[in-house]
Design a protein around this ligand. Structure first.
Ligand code: FAD
Ligand code: EPU
Length: 304
């Protein structure tokens, strides 16, 4: 069809597309339309958001990596109406700022989460000040070669988890925000900002482990005396013990070894928060890890 840019694959180092900056090669399919999505998903695939919650293996992944392009980023839709549809490639930081400027409340708790909307749905991103599921009402997904709309309560959202249908690519979301004032929203954001002040600002993928019920993984790792523990260029951050940081040239093998060292020294079982890509020995590579939830970042297969 004239005017339609067809998705064309390129070979990339996935680490360059993640915030931890670790991980090997893959075939990247940048998509801008449903035709692109249909073409890209004809072979096994995974979906990449902003890469801020991913540990990618040094060998990379054999599946195609699909990423939504700019035509899926529609921040301008946030113009003051409390009920809004947004594209899944919209970066969360700009969205949170825009909501503040137009005086809409509900996204303050997501301040500082460096995701795009699709990844924030898949992980149900949040802080103790609020999570995406608080405002998420509907999710449009591309699955089985077509788009369909699912109610938010049909996708199994919980603490840092979702259960999207296998292979589903989130394309748009409907959020229901609450009319407020820019001043009040800013006030709420200041509290979130203060709570995040102690987090490291260098290469990481956010908190490595989920908090066990009633406790904090960071507190437990700190209490075990592990701040500064290092394997290669992967290190437990001095600022916050639940952040594994990349000092420069960390490999995925370094990061995995550090995770195992932490688990060996903390008596409470710690579940990884990150999605893991390209680890064939999955559970053996990550002892104590619960299986990937259905559809949420596990290997994606072609829809048909
Ligand atoms: P990615 O990391 O690219 O992918 C994560 C998962 O989402 C993968 O399984 C991927 O397949 C899936 N996915 C991505 N896009 C789509 C799509 N369109 N459709 C279907 N599935 C998709 N998280 C928090 O919850 N709270 C925090 O406070 C927080 N702070 C952080 C601070 C820092 C400095 C960093 C680096 C990370 C932090 N994180 C935090 C982790 C991370 O930002 C979140 O988990 C975020 O939701 C991941 O979104 P992403 O777009 O980067 O997804
Ligand atoms: N603590 C320590 N030592 C540390 C880190 C923390 O003793 O090295 C203690 C703190 O003093 C505090 C408690 O542990 O008493 C909790 O720490 P913090 O307030 O930093 O919160 P957290 O539970 O470690 C959670 C989320 C973060 C989110 C913040 C802010 C998880 C796994 N982590 O951290 O989310 O930004 O709250 O609300 O739920 C993420 O998910 O990637 C993430 C960064």
């Amino acid at each position: 069809m004239p005017g339609v840019v067809e998705a064309s694959p390129s070979r990339v180092r996935l680490g360059d597309l993640t915030t931890l900056k670790v991980g090997g090669p893959a075939e990247l399919w940048l998509v801008e339309s449903d035709a692109d999505l249909a073409a890209a998903t004809l072979e096994p695939y995974r979906v990449l958001g902003a890469g801020s919650n991913l540990l990618v293996a040094d060998a990379g992944v054999p599946e195609r990596v699909v990423r939504l392009g700019r035509s899926f980023a529609t921040l301008e839709a946030m113009n003051g109406a409390p009920d809004v549809w947004l594209g899944a490639a919209t970066p969360l930081p700009g969205l949170v700022r825009r909501a503040q400027r137009v005086g809409l409340s509900g996204l303050e708790g997501l301040l500082g989460v460096p995701a795009v909307v699709g990844g924030a749905v898949a992980m149900n991103a949040g802080t103790r000040f609020g999570q995406l599921s608080d405002t998420l009402r509907e999710v449009e997904v591309f699955v089985d070669g077509a788009r369909e709309v699912l109610p938010a309560d049909a996708i199994g959202l919980g603490y840092r988890r979702s259960a999207l249908p296998p292979g589903a690519i989130v394309t748009r979301v409907r959020l229901a925000l609450t009319p407020s004032t820019p001043e009040r929203v800013q006030h709420a954001m200041d509290a979130v900002d203060a709570a995040r002040a102690g987090q490291p600002k260098v290469k990481s993928a956010g908190c490595a482990f989920k908090n066990p019920a009633g406790d904090s993984a960071g507190r437990l790792i700190d209490a075990a005396g592990l701040k500064g523990l290092r394997v290669g260029d992967a290190m437990i951050a001095h600022e916050h013990a639940n952040f594994i940081i990349n000092l420069g040239a960390a490999s995925a093998a370094d990061v995995v070894a550090l995770i195992e060292a932490v688990r060996a020294r903390v008596t409470v079982p710690l579940e990884l928060e990150w999605r893991r890509w390209g680890f064939p020995g999955g559970e053996r590579a990550f002892p104590g890890t619960t299986p990937e939830p259905r559809g949420a970042g596990a290997d994606r297969r072609p829809a048909r």
